[in-house]
Design a protein around this ligand. Structure first.
Ligand SMILES: [Zn+2]
Length: 263
């Protein structure tokens, strides 16, 4: 499922192939992915426009246009951005295609969880989904003090608090596990049970994990010795000590941790 580093990778593709050139055509292949806008109106509003910038907020991308509008993309479970050269067939599950002179950008989504919307504004706070989000974990202004504030006032677990989009935006089930692993903290622990030192470790490892994952374009499988993510499966072992990982269900979601390294 696309989380902050995965959405950053999609942002790069959009920036590389979609900025500063006119959208020749917009093809909506499955109208069900659109929210709050009809296919005809969506296509008309974007045909001839140019994408001017791409911003990520949480697990969303906001694509600004030279018509003072914002295209909002959410990727749900299986959403992606795929570029194809001119004349190539559309990739599987292409739901919306933005056609440029040299090729096309596709919003693909196998399971149809996710959405594509268009707003006649640049204002993030005028977009309800975005206005509800907590702070960005990699924002320089998101200090340890603010992290503690964001995590406070809850009886919940470390795993769930990290995933709560209203506390901190962009972290989901997978990266919540990774951050807890890197911090050496059992994800089932209650937030309120963490010492000051453990809280600081969680904060620092949150930043470290997300930065490293972005630098690796969210492809962590080639770094099996460093991350728990490639080992999150039946029989998976801890990359640090070799112990078999423990799978638990927290808030209805599967979470993995090393019973030896994570206290
Ligand atoms: Zn271990």
């Amino acid at each position: 499922m696309p989380e902050l580093p995965d959405v950053e990778a999609r942002k790069s593709v959009l920036e590389q192939y979609g900025l500063g050139k006119p959208v020749k055509n917009v093809i909506v292949r499955d109208e069900r992915i659109l929210e709050g806008v009809e296919a005809a109106s969506f296509s008309r509003s974007l045909k001839g426009a140019e994408f001017t910038s791409v911003t990520r907020r949480g697990k969303y991308l906001l694509v600004r246009t030279n018509r003072n509008s914002t295209l909002l993309l959410h990727f749900g479970m299986t959403g992606d951005i795929v570029y194809t050269e001119k004349g190539s067939p559309p990739p599987p599950y292409s739901r919306v295609e933005f056609v440029f002179d040299s090729g096309s950008l596709h919003y693909t989504n196998m399971r149809m969880i996710g959405k594509v919307s268009l707003f006649a504004t640049f204002g993030e706070n005028e977009i309800e989904d975005i206005s509800k989000l907590g702070p960005e974990p990699l924002d320089r202004k998101f200090t340890f003090k603010r992290f503690k504030e964001a995590m406070s006032g809850t009886k919940t677990t470390v795993h769930q608090a990290l995933m709560d989009q209203q506390r901190i935006a962009g972290i989901g089930n997978i990266y919540s596990d990774e951050i807890a692993f890197q911090a050496g903290i059992n994800p089932e622990r209650k937030v309120e049970s963490l010492s000051e030192n453990e809280m600081r470790k969680l904060y620092e490892k949150m930043k470290w994990t997300l930065r490293r994952a972005i630098a690796l374009h969210a492809e962590l499988d080639s770094h099996q010795d460093l991350f728990i993510i490639p080992h999150r499966k039946k029989g998976g072992t801890c990359p640090k000590c070799g112990t078999t990982l423990k799978k638990v269900t927290i808030g209805g979601r599967s979470s993995y941790h090393c019973p030896k390294c994570q206290k």
